[in-house]
Design a protein around this ligand. Structure first.
Ligand code: HEM
Length: 361
């Protein structure tokens, strides 16, 4: 063997051939090491967020790494055909589309107590009969507290409650806010929002910007909100128990269908699409793009939303991403969260099947 190698190297161009043969695997190896992040341990990856949620919420096997406490809901979406002049998405023109959704509280703690001020969310998977599925996760705050994924990661770490006091360390948080005035501004808007009594009378916002594209290929920047038909009430003045938001939702949906309108805001030239921490201010044209009807709730334990990750980049033809950097980060992080939780043994959720349907037990 050694004799053969010596002979080959002695041939004209032998050393060059050896260099090429050695370089290709070396380059592939280097690319692997780079992609795995081993050359840049500070690089932000889905694994970084998994670690951050582990540090801030503890190990919660089987649960979503964020928005961990939730319930599934089902119903349908009726699109408004007038929206078709802005988006060619089938769900605006097709017949009623079935929906599997999930109401949740922000944070990685699946057994946290419900409080009036905890960020509430609604996630939806809208499935038109002939394809063109749309998934979204929307929150009841007016802006996102960070313009990009790195700042959000740093904010989660800075606002992580001190184990002795149960509250964020004010010095750590103050230092973070000095470095991030954009988060300070966003948190001021978030903390001055008007709170409602529960999930059913709340408005949920896309925060991220997307693009509607119509049949002629004309693109319009958009943000949207699900605005309730249910009359809103202020939060209850008295303490109502650790799961009161979910119990109230289950009671309300048991008494009759709940409805929201998909209100789409069309962007004006100059609106900040790349930064979900900035509001779109001033007058805007809005469309009532359809009605969401929710008719039933189910526990996540065995419920239809548990196997779904509400990846904001699952978009139908006619709705596209914008230059907002966060949805791509969300997509990668949600996928990692889904992979991890799908492989873990999950204890019972805070809201069990018996809580949702006591009569059936
Ligand atoms: C870099 C920024 C963000 C990170 C790292 C992040 C992280 C996560 C993770 C890990 C999950 C659990 C996913 C799963 O296991 O299926 C989640 C859920 C969720 N996120 Fe985010 N998120 C980010 C930004 C946002 C933004 C801008 C919104 C806008 C409204 C949002 C809304 C939601 C909602 C509604 C859910 C719950 C979905 C459900 O009920 O399954 N997130 N997030």
């Amino acid at each position: 063997m050694m004799e053969l190698i010596r002979k080959r190297l002695a041939e004209p161009g032998g050393w060059l051939r050896l260099a090429v043969v050695a370089t290709v695997p070396a380059a592939l190896g280097a690319a692997f090491v780079f992609a795995a992040g081993w050359l840049s341990p500070g690089r932000l990856t889905p694994a970084t967020f998994m670690h951050t949620f582990l540090v801030t919420s503890g190990a919660q096997p089987g649960f979503r790494r964020n928005h961990a406490k939730g319930v599934c809901v089902t119903g349908w979406f009726d699109g408004n055909v007038e929206t078709a002049s802005f988006s060619r998405a089938a769900l605006f023109t097709s017949m009623r589309s079935p929906v599997v959704g999930r109401f949740a509280l922000a944070g990685g703690m699946p057994y946290q107590d419900d409080t009036p001020g905890t960020v509430r969310s609604l996630a939806l998977r809208i499935m038109p009969a002939h394809g063109g599925e749309w998934r979204m996760g929307i929150n009841d705050i007016p802006v996102f507290p960070a313009p990009d994924a790195a700042t959000f990661n740093a904010l989660l770490l800075a606002s992580w409650p001190d184990s002795r006091t149960g509250k964020p360390d004010p010095t750590r948080m103050a230092a973070f806010l000095v470095q991030h005035p954009e988060t300070k501004r966003a948190l001021a808007l978030i903390s001055s929002r008007r709170l409602t009594s529960g999930f059913a009378d709340d408005t949920y916002n896309s925060l991220d910007s997307f693009t509607f594209v119509n049949a002629q290929g004309i693109a319009t920047p958009v943000r949207w909100a699900m605005v309730p038909e249910q009359k809103d009430h202020p939060p209850a003045p008295q303490e109502k128990g650790p799961d009161y938001l979910f119990n109230d939702l289950i009671t309300a949906i048991g008494q009759g269908a709940l409805h929201w309108h998909l209100i789409v805001t069309l962007g004006n030239p100059g609106d900040p699409t790349a930064d979900p921490a900035l509001p779109w201010s001033g007058p805007h044209r809005q469309l009532d793009a359809g009605t969401l009807t929710l008719t039933a709730a189910q526990s996540e334990d065995g419920g239809p939303c548990t196997g779904i990750t509400y990846d904001p980049l699952v978009l139908p033809d006619g709705i596209a991403p914008s230059d907002d950097p966060i949805p791509a980060a969300r997509s990668a992080v949600y996928s990692r969260s889904f992979t991890l939780r799908s492989g873990e043994i999950k204890p019972a959720s805070a809201i069990t099947p018996a809580d949702v349907n006591p009569g059936a037990q």
